[in-house]
Design a protein around this ligand. Structure first.
Ligand code: FRU
Length: 484
């Protein structure tokens, strides 16, 4: 069935129980379900939204089109967790059901105020001429999960922005609430605008100005900007669509980048002494990363392991998209590190010495040690012939390369089938998570990260050390209580 505009925007209530059951049945046939990575209950999952801590639980929503693997009429589906590893789905909470969000409850963030969680998001509205009107709007979620929408526009489209103006992120800096919103100016260049909550009232936002982060002004739109603090240092995570590759090279259709500042000067909307632009992830997909400062101060982040405008092999089973593990952000020697939260260790069910394996369940973690000046290649999701996901650690020439060209069903090949990143020629560690159709590779405990999807063939479940002598540990992982 073709995804016409009409079908994408068909009202939720028009989808019959039978159609929904058929989607579920089709999804159940997929050989590529993850075990410990979030998947949509049905349909498509894209950006993480509303990542927060509320009423003693971690709250995380995902952008969802529930009726198939298409970017259609979006809502927010809710997940809850008590350890940031096990997520339980509690239903679709923010529906596109008012005149201010009629064509999609788009991405946004969350913050607790009193007994409620304030959800700050973009209402995507199309008028009768299909002209888009982006409204930054809000809703309150109470402790029983009941949603009450705030019936007014909190931030309207500015006169100097096109209709690409969305993804508000609320944050607290020294007791004052601020928000940033991504946009496109009238010269078709991306910007990030800073707002301040007047008297800390989340319904009263005043523009401070465009955030000064030494924008190179080559991107045409900044999606999903997030300002998060690692200690005193502001880190801006954002998706500069159309970024000139001369500014910083990348291979994915759209990049997810970051900059680190020495400090944040909100009066002047400025990140002071901003770093060079850096790629958040060297893999095949990590996008729309959402980060927030938890009540204990930690900067926690989660990424969509998917990309806009890309079709996935799982689409034929009526679903698409997954999230990364929740990663803690830290800064060491001026560099951003991203590493899964410690509770991931609770999934370790057994521990063995890393070696060749004819067959695994494709649900494991590896902790590898690579000596300085060494060269080694391992193949994960390997079949009998040794075809699979190849990871090459070349510490002589200072490069790590991931090649998925032999790993199962191929897609998005026009963006290349390998990814590389530079690496210092020193003793190096790699922590690797495999979850059937997901891999996440953390070099030197998060100094460099490669994330991506793979859709292995049925016989691709071995581990092969093709060359060199990587040593380490193999942990089988057991999620235990999958509730999704
Ligand atoms: C990023 C994005 C956001 C938007 C949302 C819609 O992937 O395009 O800018 O709010 O997805 O689903």
């Amino acid at each position: 069935m073709e995804w016409t505009t009409e079908r994408r925007y068909r009202p939720y209530e028009d989808w019959t129980q039978e159609e929904i059951q058929n989607i579920k049945k089709n999804m159940a046939q997929s050989p590529w379900h993850t075990h410990y990575h979030v998947e949509p209950k049905t349909g498509l999952l894209n950006d993480p939204n509303g990542f927060s801590y509320f009423d003693g639980k971690w709250i995380l929503f995902y952008q969802n089109f529930p009726f198939g693997a298409a970017h259609g009429l979006k809502s927010w589906a809710q997940l809850e967790s008590d350890d940031l590893i096990h997520f339980k789905e509690t239903g679709i909470k923010v529906l596109p059901d008012t005149p201010l969000d009629s064509h999609g409850a788009y991405s946004g963030s969350a913050m607790q105020f009193g007994d409620n969680l304030f959800l700050f998001y973009t209402g995507n509205v199309r008028d009768e001429n299909w002209i888009r009107h982006p409204y930054q709007i809000g809703a309150l979620m109470d402790k029983d999960g009941k949603i009450t929408k705030i019936d007014k526009i909190l931030i309207d489209q500015p006169a100097d922005s096109t209709d690409h103006f969305r993804d508000p992120q609320i944050f607290n800096f020294k007791g004052q609430y601020y928000a940033i919103v991504g946009g496109q100016d009238l010269e078709k260049k991306g910007f990030v605008r800073l707002y301040k909550a007047v008297d800390n009232d989340y319904t009263n936002w005043q523009a401070v100005g465009n955030l000064d982060f030494a924008n190179d002004r080559t991107a045409y739109m900044m999606e999903c900007p997030n300002l998060v603090f690692v200690g005193e240092q502001p880190v801006l995570l954002y998706c500069p669509q159309g970024l000139d590759k001369k500014v910083l090279d990348y291979d994915n259709i759209f990049p997810n980048m970051y900059k680190i500042g020495a400090s944040f000067d909100p009066e002047n909307a400025k990140m002071v002494d901003v770093s060079q632009l850096q790629n958040m992830d060297y893999g095949f997909e990590a996008y729309a990363t959402q980060a927030f400062n938890a009540p204990d101060g930690r900067a926690l982040a989660v990424s969509w392991l998917g990309l806009p405008d890309v079709s996935y092999p799982s689409d034929r089973f009526d679903y698409q998209g997954t999230f990364s593990l929740v990663k803690e952000l830290t800064i060491k020697d001026g560099k951003l590190y991203q590493y899964p939260v410690a509770a991931i260790k609770d999934l370790r069910a057994s521990e063995e010495v890393f070696s060749n394996r004819a067959q695994t369940k494709n649900t494991y973690e590896l902790e590898l040690n690579l000596e300085a000046n060494s060269q080694s290649e391992i193949v994960l999701l390997a079949d009998q012939e040794g075809k699979g996901l190849s990871i090459n650690f070349d510490l002589v020439n200072g490069q790590v390369t991931v090649d998925r060209s032999q790993a199962g069903e191929q897609y998005a090949q026009e963006f290349g089938t390998t990814r590389s990143c530079p690496i210092d020629n020193q003793a190096t560690t790699a922590t690797i998570f495999i979850d059937n159709s997901v891999f996440e590779i953390f070099i030197n405990k998060g100094e460099k990260v490669f994330s991506g999807r793979v859709f292995p063939h049925a016989d691709q479940n071995g581990i092969l050390i093709r060359s060199g002598n990587p040593t380490g540990t193999y942990y089988e992982l057991d999620y235990g209580r999958k509730t999704n």
